[in-house]
Design a protein around this ligand. Structure first.
Ligand code: HEM
Length: 408
């Protein structure tokens, strides 16, 4: 079968292990031959940078998933969760939560976090140095963002080890294809996580605003927009979303970044020789292995996508997969997109999305990436892979499950 036909035959509901391991050849095929691809179920798969940006910025693109998630999640807890979190809502519900949250992400609050991040990283690195052999993902990449977001929401120490499993089950349920067993586990995870947060919220209500920890939780509980608080369901579900969004993607950035440097020793040497490159390096890691590969939107009116000479109208009501991971390797925008250049400029990568849902944690995620990867590279001048690295095998989020290394 020729490449054009393979692109035309692509079905997002039939993606296989080869795609999950390495989706980039498929993205290239789609960009080259069918960039506004219609799947057999009537949904669309957009892979060009300009189209993905347009889908995020266009006023006729909705993030509301109340209709689309019904067949998949029924009325269960996963449905309540994903249709209540701000990322899957449109204004005014979206604007209200976003305004409340923005108080917790001011430049001043983030600057206060920087020394905390450095302290956590230094302690983790001391521990890894004594271990000698370790898994970059579970022993390092996951630990920092989990600590930070758990601090921001005031989750006590004894519950923190549960967060990653909850996030796996709840965010994993968003993949295009999910087994009924995984969906059942996702429902259970929302239920259990919700119960835990209910207790924390009840506790936090008793203490006055602005305690040492849990500033984000305080902003959501006590904050008002136009005289209104969040409802109890909105409060719990947005906390779950934040705890998941706040650690999963950042952990993937750190794991992917270190893995890229191991795959490209010339870039590792370059960073060691010039540590100031860490800022452009993190942008390049975000571009090359975007932690969130596939987003989605729904057209509320007919909207045209595609290159100037081959426009395709996507009809109102269509579900759209917005493939960030492909947009970030579009040769129309990036010179040699399949190569890693840690000094790449310009680098207009869109790993944090763009438009009114742009990631609220983008500055925090970047700071965590700079500190975690920059200090790791400095601390361990000699490092080698000591086993097979494995991706966690999901289409929407891209990250490693295991990256075994030895430092010497
Ligand atoms: C490298 C790390 C991260 C990446 C790649 C990432 C990626 C994204 C993307 C692509 C979106 C937009 C989704 C859409 O438009 O449909 C998003 C939204 C969001 N992210 Fe992140 N994220 C990261 C870290 C974080 C962190 C650390 C936090 C919080 C502490 C966070 C909180 C949020 C929130 C609240 C939204 C929803 C914004 C809205 O709907 O208005 N993210 N993220």
């Amino acid at each position: 079968m020729d490449d054009r036909q393979r692109a035309l035959d692509f079905d997002v509901k039939k993606i296989d292990q080869a795609f999950l391991d390495n989706p980039f050849p498929t993205y290239k095929l789609m960009r080259d031959y069918d960039p506004v691809h219609r799947n057999p179920d009537g949904s669309y798969f957009l892979t060009r940078y300009e189209d993905v940006v347009l889908s995020f910025k266009h006023p006729s693109m909705s993030s509301d998933k109340k209709i689309d998630f019904k067949p998949k999640f029924g009325d269960g807890p996963l449905y309540v969760h994903h249709t209540t979190s701000l990322v899957f809502n449109d204004p005014p519900a979206h604007t209200r939560v976003r305004k409340l949250l923005s108080e917790a992400f001011t430049p001043r609050k983030l600057a206060e976090l920087e020394p905390v991040i450095e302290g956590i990283i230094d302690r983790l690195l001391d521990r890894l140095a004594t271990q000698g052999t370790f898994d970059v993902v579970s022993d390092y990449a996951l630990a920092l963002p989990t600590e930070i977001i758990a601090d921001m929401l005031g989750v006590p120490e004894e519950h923190r080890h549960k967060l990653h499993n909850y996030s796996n089950l709840i965010l994993g349920a968003l993949d295009p294809v999910v087994s009924s067993e995984k969906i059942a586990k996702g429902h259970e995870a929302v239920e259990e996580f919700g119960g835990l947060l209910e207790e924390l919220i009840a506790e936090r209500r008793k203490t006055p605003k602005g305690g040492e920890m849990g500033e984000v939780l305080a902003a959501l509980i006590f904050g008002e927009v136009d005289g209104e608080n969040l409802s109890p369901i909105e409060l719990i579900q947005n906390c779950i979303f934040l705890l998941n969004a706040g650690h999963e993607t950042t952990a993937n950035l750190v794991g992917n970044g270190i893995s890229i440097l191991l795959d490209y020793p010339d870039q590792m040497d370059r960073l060691r020789g010039d540590p100031a490159l860490i800022k452009t390096a993190v942008e390049e890691f975000l571009r090359f292995q975007s932690p969130l590969q596939i987003g989605n939107r729904k057209a509320t009116e007919d909207v045209e996508f595609g290159p100037g000479n081959a426009k395709t109208s996507i009809p109102a009501g269509s579900f759209i997969y917005t493939v960030i991971g492909s947009a970030n390797r579009d040769p129309e925008i990036f010179v040699e997109p399949e190569e890693v250049d840690i000094g790449r400029r310009p680098n207009p990568q869109i790993a944090f999305g763009i438009g009114k849902h742009t990631c609220m944690g983008n500055t925090l995620g970047r700071i965590e990436g700079h500190v975690a990867i920059g200090k790791f590279v400095k601390r361990f001048p000699n490092i080698r892979l000591v086993g097979e690295k494995k991706y966690h095998g999901r289409a929407r989020f891209r990250g490693l499950k295991i990256l075994p290394v030895e430092v010497f």
